[in-house]
Design a protein around this ligand. Structure first.
Ligand code: FES
Ligand SMILES: [Fe+2]
Length: 338
C-alpha cells in the first residue's frame, strides 16, 4: 500500500454523495479534495455544493445550518446564502454583503448520484457526466431498471488508491483471468481516448456459455469514462446490468470509491425492490468490483511500468489521456484539453 504519486487534484466530475443522502432541506457534510464541503437541497429540489464555512465569522454550515426556501441560513448570526454562495441577507443590517462569496461548485445529479465539478484553475465544466442509461444511445431509460441505491450500491471510504488505477482496467486485458477468474482472456474491440470522455468496449465471458475461444464469445461490456472520476458500463449478451464506478479524492493520499449496479426489470414489474434473482446478479457484479478494489487499495503505482509487448499500446494511450486532467502535466502536455 502506498500513497499514489499521481495528482490528487485532478480536473473533472466526481461523485460526492448519493442523491438520496441529501433530501429537501438537508445540509450534508463531506470532505473531498482536502476541503470541508457541504451539499444542501433547496425547497424546490435544487442541489448546491459549497465550502462548509460561513464567510462571516467562519461557522461550519453543516452543523446547524438551516435551509429556508432557496437559501441557507447560518446558525451563528443568521446570514443567508444563495446556492451560488452569495450573501443575500444580514438579518440585522439593511443590505447584504455582495462582496463576500462562499466558494461554490458546479453540481449535477445523475443516475442517483451527486457529482461535483473540480478544477483547481476554476475552469467551467467542459464535458458531461456520462449517463448510464441514455449514454449508450440504445433507447433505454432509468425506468427499465430497478433502482440501485440501498440495494446494490457500494461505498468504500478513504482507500489509498487513485482514480486512474480504476480506469487502467479498461486497457488491462491480462488481469481478468486472475482477478475476475474469467475462463478466456477478453478482447478489447474499442479503446478511444481522443476526448476527455473516452470509450472502451470488450468481449468477455464469465463462463457457462460453452465458448472455447474468444471468437465464440457472444457477450461483452461497453464502457464510457467521463474523465477520471466516473465510468459507466453497459453489458450485452448476459443478464442485463449497468454499472457506475466513481472514485473521488478525499485528501492527499486517499479516495472514496462508489459503485452502483442496476439490473434490468422483469417484464411487468414496476416495483422498486429488486427480486431476489436480480439481487443475486447485482451481488456478483459488486463482488467482481471488490476483487479489483482489493488489488487497487494495496497497489503501488508503477511508473514506468514493466509492460509486456501486447500491453504497451493500451497503457500508453490510457496514461497519455489521463495526463490531461492533472494540473502538473496539463501545462506542458502536448495532448491537453483544447
Ligand atoms: S458566522 Fe455565519 S452568520 Fe456569522
Ligand atoms: Fe477489473
Amino acid at each position: 500500500m502506498a500513497k499514489p504519486p499521481l495528482s490528487m487534484q485532478p480536473t473533472g466530475w466526481f461523485q460526492v454523495a448519493w442523491s438520496a443522502e441529501v433530501g429537501v432541506g438537508d445540509v450534508h457534510r463531506m470532505k473531498y479534495f482536502d476541503r470541508e464541503l457541504i451539499a444542501w437541497r433547496t425547497s424546490s429540489g435544487e442541489i448546491a455544493i459549497m465550502d462548509a464555512y460561513c464567510e462571516h465569522l467562519g461557522a461550519h454550515l453543516g452543523y446547524g445550518g438551516r435551509v429556508e426556501g432557496e437559501r441557507l441560513v447560518c446558525p451563528f448570526h443568521g446570514w443567508e446564502w444563495s446556492t451560488e454562495g452569495r450573501n443575500l441577507c444580514i438579518p440585522y443590517e439593511k443590505r447584504p454583503n455582495p462582496g463576500r462569496r462562499i466558494r461554490s461548485y458546479p453540481a449535477v445529479e445523475r443516475n442517483e448520484g451527486v457529482y461535483l465539478w473540480h478544477d483547481i484553475d476554476g475552469r467551467a465544466p467542459y464535458f458531461e457526466v456520462p449517463d448510464v442509461f441514455t449514454g449508450f444511445g440504445d433507447g433505454i431509460t432509468e425506468a427499465d431498471y430497478y433502482p440501485a441505491y440501498g440495494q446494490s450500491t457500494l461505498h468504500r471510504q478513504q482507500l489509498e488508491l487513485h482514480p486512474q488505477y480504476v480506469l487502467e482496467n479498461g486497457v488491462d486485458f491480462a488481469h481478468f483471468e486472475f482477478v475476475h477468474k474469467v475462463p478466456i482472456t477478453p478482447e478489447f474491440t474499442r479503446q478511444d481516448f481522443a476526448e476527455p470522455v473516452s470509450y472502451v468496449d470488450f468481449t468477455i465471458t464469465f463462463g457457462g456459455d460453452g465458448a472455447e475461444s474468444i471468437d465464440e464469445v457472444t457477450s461483452g461490456v461497453n464502457a464510457i469514462n467521463g474523465g477520471l472520476g466516473v465510468a459507466v458500463t453497459k453489458s450485452w449478451g448476459m443478464i442485463d446490468n449497468r454499472t457506475v464506478s466513481a472514485v473521488t479524492p478525499v485528501d492527499d493520499s486517499t479516495c472514496d470509491v462508489r459503485f452502483a449496479v442496476w439490473i434490468g426489470r422483469e417484464p411487468g414489474d414496476d416495483g422498486d425492490t429488486q427480486p431476489r434473482s436480480a439481487n443475486r446478479v447485482a451481488r456478483a457484479v459488486i463482488e467482481q468490483f471488490e476483487a479489483d478494489i482489493h488489488i487497487w487499495q494495496h497497489q503501488r503505482y508503477s511508473d514506468p511500468p514493466a509492460l509486456a509487448r501486447s500491453e504497451y499500446e493500451g497503457f500508453t494511450a490510457l496514461r497519455t489521456w489521463a495526463a490531461q486532467f492533472y494540473p502538473e502535466t496539463r501545462r506542458t502536455a502536448a495532448h491537453g484539453h483544447r
